[in-house]
Ligand binder design. Structure first.
Ligand SMILES: NC(=O)c1ccc[n+]([C@@H]2O[C@H](COP(=O)([O-])OP(=O)(O)OC[C@H]3O[C@@H](n4cnc5c(N)ncnc54)[C@H](OP(=O)(O)O)[C@@H]3O)[C@@H](O)[C@H]2O)c1
Length: 299
């Protein structure tokens, strides 16, 4: 297949693009920074210079490709509408990337939620996630109303080395950065809040599986385990040589430093189960767990 990937220079998109290439697909990769064109070419990706605002170009590449994998921005409504319009009636796959913070709560690090979500569990999003959920619903509806084989990919906390250009994820790197600064493993509040997680290589394999055989209007959580942020802080602390010492970061300070992102990404609970990926696609994650990855990769 010829696959148009947005976010090809990023963590998810670059990793998915590399996995697609390794699976024998041809990849057109959207790149907005001309300085990154050569690096994409070296990976075997055919660079397409532009941004998510270039609707004519997005339309053109969606139409000359057999599929679109959109990873550049979970919240870019216009890009999603552009792709749906470009692919309308074609039956081609359109994979949109969301994230499991859509089911997140406002625990501020101090509450462990007992609520575990699979793809069928109803939920009401936090205020700051309403727009993202509306986009997910729009993408799924396109699978019913618009003749597009639409798929919503919903990764939890992603860890592991990028497979494409050298980029990084966001939650764990922020915890590591702050832990180095504080000389102790950092968590928000008491750190009892829990998040599911998934290794980037397992996630990239799930995208390829979904591209090849996900049903229309489908929705996939991606996870292979979960941890509390307190346990992540302890693992990070040991790996960085802080001998298990941890530091509680008050939620208001984390939010003051990192904005609302801290509220939904590192202070919340997001406990999900990838039931559809395993049952509908036969996905079998095999990579090392998050604590093992921290122990073996972090210095
Ligand atoms: N990482 C996670 O754990 C995770 C989990 C779930 C969901 N998500 C969501 O998935 C999306 C991608 O995450 P990521 O970790 O892969 O982010 P990332 O590493 O920052 O990659 C984003 C990519 O999209 C490109 N991009 C962004 N806006 C663009 C625009 N307007 N036009 C063209 N290109 C644009 C960036 O280009 P440049 O290289 O030029 O910056 C980069 O290649 C985000 O919306 C994120 O919230 C992430």
């Amino acid at each position: 297949m010829k696959v148009f990937v947005t976010g090809a220079t990023g963590y998810i998109g670059g990793s998915v693009a590399k996995m697609l290439l390794d699976s024998g697909h041809i990849v057109y990769g959207l790149v907005r920074n001309p300085d990154k064109i050569d690096a994409l070419k070296e990976l075997g990706i055919e660079p397409v210079l532009g941004t998510l605002e270039d609707t004519d170009m997005l339309t053109q590449y969606a139409q000359i490709s057999d599929a679109v994998v959109h990873t550049a921005d979970s919240d870019h409504r216009m890009a999603v509408e552009t792709f749906i319009a470009a692919l309308r009636g074609s039956g081609k796959p359109f994979l949109h990337t969301s994230g499991s913070s859509v089911v997140g709560d406002d625990a501020r690090g101090d509450i462990v939620s007992q609520q575990i979500y699979d793809e069928e569990t109803p939920f009401t999003p936090m205020d700051i996630r309403e727009d993202r959920v509306a986009i997910n619903n729009r993408v799924r509806r396109a699978g019913i109303d618009d003749g597009v084989r639409s798929v919503v990919m919903v990764p939890s906390m992603i860890y592991g080395d990028a497979l494409g250009l050298p980029t990084d994820s966001d939650q764990l790197p922020q915890i590591i950065r702050k832990s180095r600064e504080m000389g102790a493993g950092v968590h928000v509040g008491t750190g009892v809040n829990r998040w599911s997680n998934v290794h980037i290589r397992d996630l990239a394999k799930l995208y390829v599986l979904a591209l090849e055989k996900a049903p229309s209007a489908s929705y996939f959580f991606a996870e292979n385990g979960e941890e509390s942020y307190g346990d992540i802080a302890r693992s990070v602390s040991w790996a960085l040589g802080f001998e298990g010492r941890t530091h509680s970061w008050p939620a208001e300070d984390a939010i003051a430093e990192l904005g609302d992102w801290a509220r939904f990404a590192i202070a919340s609970n997001s406990r999900v189960r990838a039931v559809h990926a395993r049952n509908l696609l036969g996905w079998q994650p095999v990579e090392e767990s998050l604590p093992d990855w921290i122990r073996t990769h972090l210095k």
